[in-house]
Every structure is written in C-alpha cells, then in structure tokens.
Design a binder for this molecule. Sequence first.
Ligand code: 5GP
Ligand code: MG
Length: 174
Amino acid sequence: MRVLLDEDQLRVGVDQMANQILSRYGDQPLTIVAIMTGSLMLLADLSRRLTMPVRVSLIQASSYRGGTQSGDLWIRDDMMLDVSDRNVLVLDDIFDTGRTLQAVMRCVGQMRPRTLASAVLLHKQGRQVVSLQPDFVGFHIPDEFVVGYGLDYRDLYRNLPYLAILDPPEIEAL
Ligand code: 5GP
Ligand code: MG
C-alpha cells in the first residue's frame, strides 16, 4: 500500500472545500446529503468546519459490489430528511465514472430542493462517463484504486486516517 494523501494533506483539502462552501452559502442553512458509506469521514470532518446551520441526511448508494469492478447501481433513500425548499449539498467520497453521483443528484433533485449542488473529496482523472461535474472537489487524483478515509476494499480500510493506493497484487491477495 502506498500513501497518496496523508492526514495533513487531507485536512488542508477538506479545509479548502469547507471555505469554498462557506463562501457559496454564507450563513444560509444547508442540508448535507451524505452518500453512505464512503463519505462518512468527509462528512464528519467537513461538517465540523461549517458555521451555518447544518442538517445532515443520509442516502445509500452503491455501484461497487465488494470488489473494484463497477456493478449495478442501487439507491436507498428511506433515511432521507425532507429536503423540499432547502439548500442541499450532496456529498460523496469519490467521483469515478460519475454514475453514482449523477443518479443520486437525479433522485434528490426530484425531492424539490431550493438549490442542489455536489461536493466530492476525490476526483479521479479521465474516468468520467457523465456530463455532470461536481461543484466542489477536494483533490484530483490519478486513475488508481484508493482506500482509506472512508473508502473501502471489500468493506475494509475505511478507518485508515490517510488515503492509500491499493496495488493490483494486494487486491488479488485479499
Ligand atoms: P462512480 O459511480 O463515480 O463510478 O463510482 C463512485 C463510487 O465507486 C464511489 O462512491 C466509491 O464507492 C466507488 N469507487 C470508485 N473509485 C474507487 C476507488 O478508487 N476506491 C474505492 N474504495 N472506491 C471507489
Ligand atoms: Mg461510495
């Protein structure tokens, strides 16, 4: 495993994202819709840097079935708050093909928010198959499979405080 972003680097990136969000919304109330489970660490760290009134809502989406290959996409929205007429910010760990964020943005868009924007910690270079672009991005990273800081491989490594690249031999050995 190779460290791509250490704890200090992650903190700086999350700080910058929080400042951009604060300058966009000022002190208007914000409803964060965090896509579980990968955005858990980002949600905890980012939301604590925001000073406007914040509501936190969870939505579950998954396109990866355990491994590193894209599979079918499913969404569970039964834990959602009412977001109608709210400023809503959808949060995800990583923007890879973009299919997950696009599907969640469509789903939340149908719930009649006042405004709708998106923030991702990581934007993977050259992988996108959708025209949507996230409004706030923490880091642009190369096309590698990464784990840590919320991101998993077969449900492991989410608790790593840093972000690491998992190389193909390590992926196969597990
Ligand atoms: P997308 O729909 O944009 O292709 O994929 C987004 C989802 O795939 C993310 O929420 C994340 O769960 C998963 N994913 C994409 N790339 C990676 C990666 O490099 N590492 C991990 N652990 N998950 C990834
Ligand atoms: Mg995810």
